[in-house]
Design a binder for this molecule. Structure first.
Ligand code: ADE
Length: 222
């Protein structure tokens, strides 16, 4: 998969692409992540990317020219273009699975007070990562990229995402490691028993109990 990210803060992605599983996925050629500074596409003599809003109002608005030129230069026929905005559809795990099937994704990160409305015409989809307002689309693009890249074949052990939270509309069961007794806090006996059927049953029950307590909305859905 190829992922192109359009931003005016490319340095925000340095840690992201150089750490942990994302770094390994890049090194193993499972994904190619290109971070582009769309300021480089500005035809303004001062490389300006924003201006005041027509009609007045607070703050600066991203101009269409640099973003249109960047998208037209970088996009291929296979690219799905995603605009990050709190006005977008709310992102979830099902969408992560759908995006993981694409060949090429492009994220447009808005910034400042907003972007010129005409930029919306470039996007195949508008996504939000939740009902709160961030300073820009950079963190949302990292959140979505992270959730997609870990689903690409061979990036992590596939067994581990078959069983994880949200896959069956259930939250994960609790897990423990050594020691069996930490400051008097004991690991449930059944997990030490070696009895696989009982362990499975315990985990299923804990998953259900946890979902009922913390996310009853998920149970209603299934
Ligand atoms: N840009 C600012 N806030 C955002 C959010 N919650 N989701 C996506 N893009 C955003």
């Amino acid at each position: 998969m190829k992922i192109d990210i359009l931003t005016i803060f490319p340095e925000m992605f340095d840690g992201f692409v150089n750490s942990s599983i994302i770094k390994r996925a890049i090194n193993d050629n499972k994904v190619q992540i290109n971070v582009h500074n769309f300021r480089d596409y500005s035809t303004d003599p001062h490389k300006c990317v924003d201006d005041y809003a027509f009609g007045g109002g607070q703050g600066m608005v991203l101009m269409p020219q640099p973003i249109f030129d960047a998208v037209e230069d970088i996009k291929t026929k296979d690219t799905k273009v995603i605009l990050l905005t709190p006005q977008g559809k709310k992102y979830n795990q099902k969408m992560a699975y759908d995006l993981a099937k694409e060949k090429s994704l492009m994220f447009i990160c808005g910034h400042y007070e907003g972007f010129d409305e005409r930029i919306r015409t470039l996007a195949d989809e508008e996504l939000s990562i939740g009902d709160y307002v961030l300073t820009g689309g950079e963190l949302p693009s990292m959140v979505i990229t992270d959730s997609v890249v870990r689903l690409l074949p061979g990036v992590i052990n596939e067994e581990s995402h078959k069983k994880e939270s949200f896959n069956n509309d259930l939250l994960d069961y609790p897990v423990y490691t050594r020691p069996a007794d930490f400051r008097g806090l004991k690991v449930p006996e059944v997990l030490l028993s070696g009895h696989h059927a009982n362990i499975e049953k315990y985990r299923r029950e804990e998953s259900l109990k946890r979902t009922k307590e913390r996310r009853p909305d998920l149970l209603e859905k299934s």
